[in-house]
Structure formats: C-alpha cells, structure tokens
Design a protein around this ligand. Sequence first.
Ligand code: ADQ
Length: 489
Amino acid sequence: RQVLERELPDEELIVVSNREPYVHERVDGRIKLHVPASGLVSALEPITRTCAGTWIAHGSGTADRDVVDRNDRIAVPPDDPAYTLRRVWLSEEEYKGYYFGFANEGLWPLCHIAFTRPMFRAADWECYQAVNRKFAEVVVEEAKSDRPIVLIQDYHFALLPRLIREKLPDATIITFWHIPWPNAEVFSVCPWREQILDGLLGSSIVGFHIQLHCNNFIESVDRFLESRIDREAAAISYRGSLTAVHSYPISIEWPEDEEGRAGAAETRQAVFQRLGLPADVKLAVGVERLDYTKGILDRFHALDEFFQQHSDWIGRLVFLQVAAPSRGTLPAYQQLYRECVELVDEINERYGRGDYRPIVLLDRHHDQDDLAMLYRAADFCVVSSLHDGMNLVAKEFVAARDDELGVLVLSAFTGASRELLEALVVNPYDPSAMGEAFYQALTMSEEEQRGRMQRMRENVRVNNVYRWAGNMLLDAARLRKRAALDETM
Ligand code: ADQ
C-alpha cells in the first residue's frame, strides 16, 4: 500500500464491476448492510480507499435506492467513509439479457470450454451493449479529470473500455478478465467476436491470470482484427493506440494471526461435532459455487472409483461438499443441481452403512469464518475445476492451514495449479487417476504434508491479493509516466 501511495499520489481511481462492495437489504422493515464475500471486493477495496476513489457497480440490494443521494451516490464504508460508491440501476429485462443472457449463457461457457454449449441471442447482445453504454456514461459522469485510472472488472464489460476511450482518450484503462480466454478457434464461434475484441482493445492494459490466456487473447486478435502485434513486448497496436497484455495472478488476503484462535485439533473437533461425524473418520472438503465448470460431479465419480479400488476406506472417509447456489434461474444450473443431488444419493446408497453417508452436501452460502474452519478441519481439499481462471478456494485452503498439514488435490486446468506446484495435480476428466490422488492424500505422511504445505503457504503469503492489484496499478503508473515524458519531448 505504501508503494501505491508513493507511486500514485493524487491520481483519480475509478473501479467498475458488476457486483457492488456494499449491499443494502431491507429486512423486517429495517435496512441492513451486507458485505458480499468476494475475492474481487477484498482485493480492490483497500486500494479504492487509499486513493479515495469511486466504485461504480450495479445496485442489487432491496434497499440500495433508499440510502443513496440524488446522484445515486453513497459514501462508504458507511461508518467510516473513505470513497464513493455510485450505483447503476438496471431494469429486470436489462439484467436478464446482459448478465444472465450474454455474460453467463454466452461468454461464461465460451471461455471455459466446459462442453456446455454457449447460447448467443441477438436480444441478449442488445442488452449487453446497452448496459455497457450505460456504465460508460456513468464513468464519464463520475470522472473528475480527463485522465483517471479506470479499473474494469470482468467479462460483463468487454465493450466498456472502447466506449470510455472514445470519451476520455487520455484515461488509463485497465481491464481484468477473471475467467480464462479460450483459443482463437473456440473464440471464433462468438457471433460478435470482432466487437468484443475491439471493445477490449480500448484498454491501456488487458490483464489475465496466466500467460496462456494472454497468448490465447493475442492469437484471437491476430486472427480477427487488422492489428500489429509485438509478441516480445506483449503489446497490440490497433486503431492508433497500444494495448499491453499482461498476466496478474489474483490471490487472497493473507489472514492475520488471531490471538486466542482455536487450535487445529479443537477446530476439527468442533466441526466434527457440528456435522455429527465420528472422530475416527477422515474428512475431505470441496467448496464452490454450484457451477458446472467446477467439476463437482467429476469429483463424486472419482470418489466412486476410489471406493471401488479401496473398499477398506468405506466407512472411514466422508466427503463434505459445500456448494453455494448460483445463477439458479439458468437451465444449465438447475440441471446441474438435479444431477448433483441424484449422484450424491446414488453414491450414498451404494456405500452408506447404518448412519454412515460418504457424501454430505451443504447447498448454501457460508461465511468466510465458517469456511476457514472447514478448511482447517479437513484432511484434504479437492478443487477439480474443468477449467478455472485462477480458483481462490485452493489458496484459501492453503492460507487456513496454519498447522501446516492437509493435502490439496488440484485440477491441472486451474490458474492456481501454475503456482501451487506442491499440490497433487490431477486431470478431472480422469476419475480413476483422481481417485488414486485421494488415496495418496489419505496415506501421505505428516512430514511430506508439512513440506508441501510450507512451500505453498509461503507462495500464497508473498503473492497475496495486494500484490495482484498493486502490480496492475504500478504498471498503470509507469504508462502514465511514460506518456507524460512523451508529451514533454
Ligand atoms: P469464482 O468462479 O467464483 O471466481 P473462486 O476463485 O473459487 O471462483 O472464488 C470463489 C469465492 O467464493 C471464494 O472466495 C470462496 O470462498 C467463495 N465461496 C465459494 N463457495 C462458497 C460458499 N458456499 N459460501 C460462501 N462463499 C463461498 C472467478 C473465476 C475464478 C477466479 C476468481 C477471481 O471463475 O477463476 O479465481 O473469479 O478472479
């Protein structure tokens, strides 16, 4: 933070995301403040505070309108105001077309290559364009100078950089794409591929988690737009301006040492009691939004294989799956939920004995402290995404393990697998190999667990979320210094 304060004195910072950092809900006639559990929010909040910036987001709470001023602004955090939250109101139809339709039924499956057919409807695209235009107007309205730093978050706003660039040519625009970018051949099925690329190239910098996604993006530009590409510098020259394409691996806030926090054994006991588990079973945990890209069914198939190969473990291993409901109005998510419940029932029937159920499915949202307790109580954690930009759960698990024990089983198709090399890296499409990784996790010596965990913890502690946001902003500061120098020459 000190580096940012030094490098970005008096700079104007505007953050744009779909989700807002504070939500106001009306509960029993009273207004309650809710802070969504989101990696994105915890990454960008401290920086927005430091720069006393403006955060523009879709107003989603039932009491959001009741607390803003005439200009839809509110100073936040409400009890110690440090920056401005500007809410943008979207109609139900706009939200349906832009968010559920184009973003989540089109771009989400397209970018994840998860064998779920992307749906592209002209009406959704209309909404997506209209909402991007609406946000662009608000950014211009909120900008106090003609060269703010604008941080745009995610696939909801592919057109926004260009729209802002047209109105604020000297702005420094950084767009971070939190999900994978597919190869050019896959990307080509999007009917509006040129417009999406043109929109993104309004940015000064486009950021992805890993180099592979940067390379795929550059290939897509090369194939579909008339541009000049400097591969060594990872820079694209297009319509008279330059866009750098860089990787910035996102991370989490490293937890502070809490005095008086329960030890690992105590935490385990509390969790086992809460779940009604006998003390001598081993516990595996999976935590995610209920999403078809996360490979939840695949890990259950792996568990099935594992019990077939190692039947002496029946009765001695419980798999706790925490799955927060997500995007539940979309058919693909409803179907996943049904399949998930059916498969859990089937496996529980096949291997259950007496009170013993091998899979416990908790399909609800948990707060971060609860999740940390589950991570600390588990013998191993499974992240089996079919494709994932980064995956923060893997890093949260590692950060929670201050006892330096526990094993991470991690899909090779997550960005996180490029950094957490000491995890047991698996192919989620190969259930028998994943089942063998479960066996390896269960039988790994404490000494080996400790060696692996120590190295992963050091990595996550150093490469935390402040580094992610800080590196982007430092690159922005460099670009601005260079531009200022060019002006004087
Ligand atoms: P997501 O697909 O949402 O993020 P992930 O990175 O795992 O995936 O982050 C999920 C977050 O939600 C974690 O902080 C986790 O603790 C929390 N969460 C999950 N289940 C929960 C539950 N039941 N209750 C409460 N909280 C829960 C997208 C991309 C990722 C990328 C992130 C950040 O898909 O690849 O890592 O953005 O860039």
